[in-house]
Design a protein around this ligand. Structure first.
Ligand SMILES: [Fe+2]
Length: 182
């Protein structure tokens, strides 16, 4: 398995000319993801911390380009990383908006951690899941069908939050305090 280390991830972000605000978002998603990962590891849940770090840092790698092209940035970000040989990272990036399968294993996995961490960061601020999902609904759900799908994803993500936090010694609303972040 090829996983880019932090320095190489930063190089990839710079190479893509990722704007500062999306870089700030990506770094904060990574901090949240690593906090959750450390908690899961402490509880004996086996997850790959390097894989989570890389996927969290790179999850929006094609986002700024998507503003111009209209491309599905989760899909193209995943494809781009896969084309560089980072297949596992690409698979997680591809699923950072919506997971292929929710709760597929006995324990939370890397894709679930990154997907959830992204749902706790609005721009460069840690927020509740409810606030982030309200924003997503307002910003992206333009049709009735979209709204219905988002409601389903919201319910699944609420369950995902419970699934992750059952292993952690702190509740969801303590994440910003633990990271000393606004
Ligand atoms: Fe994204």
């Amino acid at each position: 398995m090829h996983i880019p280390q932090k320095k190489l991830c930063q190089h990839l972000l710079d190479e893509m000319s990722m704007p500062a605000h999306i870089q700030a978002h990506s770094h904060l998603v990574c901090k949240v993801a690593l906090l959750l990962t450390q908690g899961l590891l402490s509880a004996g849940v086996s997850v790959d911390i390097d894989l989570i770090q890389a996927a969290a840092l790179l999850h929006d790698i094609t986002k700024s380009r998507s503003f111009i092209t209209g491309e599905n940035h989760a899909l193209t970000g995943g494809e781009y990383l896969s084309s560089l040989g980072y297949h596992e990272v690409g698979e997680i990036v591809r699923q950072h908006v919506v997971l292929d399968a929710y709760f597929s294993g006995d324990h939370p996995n890397e894709a679930e951690v990154v997907n959830y961490a992204d749902k706790r960061v609005l721009h460069d601020r840690i927020v509740s899941l409810a606030e982030r999902m309200d924003y997503i609904m307002y910003r992206y759900a333009k049709t009735h069908a979209h709204q219905q799908r988002f409601r389903q994803v919201r319910t699944l993500t609420e369950t995902l939050e419970q699934r992750i936090f059952q292993y952690l010694v702190f509740p969801p609303d303590e994440v910003p305090l633990l990271l000393d972040s606004p």
